[in-house]
Design a protein around this ligand. Sequence first.
Ligand SMILES: Nc1ncnc2c1ncn2[C@@H]1O[C@H](COP(=O)(O)OP(=O)(O)OP(=O)(O)O)[C@@H](O)[C@H]1O
Length: 260
Amino acid sequence: MAESVIAARDLSLVFQTRDGPVHALSSVDLDIAPGEFISLIGPSGCGKTTLLRVIADLERATSGSIAVNGRSPAQARLARDYGYVFQAPALYPWRTILGNVMLPLEIMGVPRAERAARAKAQLDLVNLGGFERKFPWQLSGGMQQRASIARALAIEPKLLLMDEPFGALDEIVRDHLNEQLLKLWAATRKTVVFVTHSIPEAVFLSTRIVVMSPRPGRITDIVPCDLGPDRPLEIRETPEFLRIAQRVRDGLRAGHAYDV
Ligand SMILES: Nc1ncnc2c1ncn2[C@@H]1O[C@H](COP(=O)(O)OP(=O)(O)OP(=O)(O)O)[C@@H](O)[C@H]1O
């Protein structure tokens, strides 16, 4: 079997706050193979973002271990092993779309002509060819988020970390971007770790769904999502899709404490 892209073993993270310790992650065990599309789903505060941030070396685990491409998160970050897409597009307003996508390549010291060509290729991949010279504020929210995906892809990472990238968009735009992301994933065969609150989004996109619950943040179920690579939006009405969605929903219910 190919080496895991992510291998987490008994991973825990406790934030020390003025109100006492917060157990953001507790005994997380997770292996992600190359080319998988993994969604992390769970209620607010279950540690989804924290897990993504530990993978990206933006937070350090309190105990346990995690390897990214067989090395430490710090080494993986320095090797530019991953691209990170945030919840909000976070584009620089004074730079054009092309200028934004070229930025990571500038930081890497890629020559000017090459970085323009590479950034253009990524913009084509997210269907933003022709918008290179626009500024972020001239684009819709969905287009801005596609531009941030292109920016994350500019360094050509094999691993893409996405923190609820479509959460702020309306449902029709979200459907469209889900379709595009699925095509992009099929075309590039990247490993994706994707945070979402949406059961249909998770089932539509993923090869496996990691269900989490809060206090302490932990994995309660890992649901295989064997729908194959060819997934038109209508697949969401099929019994197979609904069966997987139901298992995820059951997992979320079991881990949920209702304060009502
Ligand atoms: N820097 C921090 N300091 C203290 N507590 C934190 C910090 N970051 C996160 N937490 C706490 O850790 C827990 C997990 O947070 P996290 O943001 O990972 O959850 P999440 O599942 O991504 O939530 P959401 O869906 O709302 O984004 C929460 O209780 C949160 O308040």
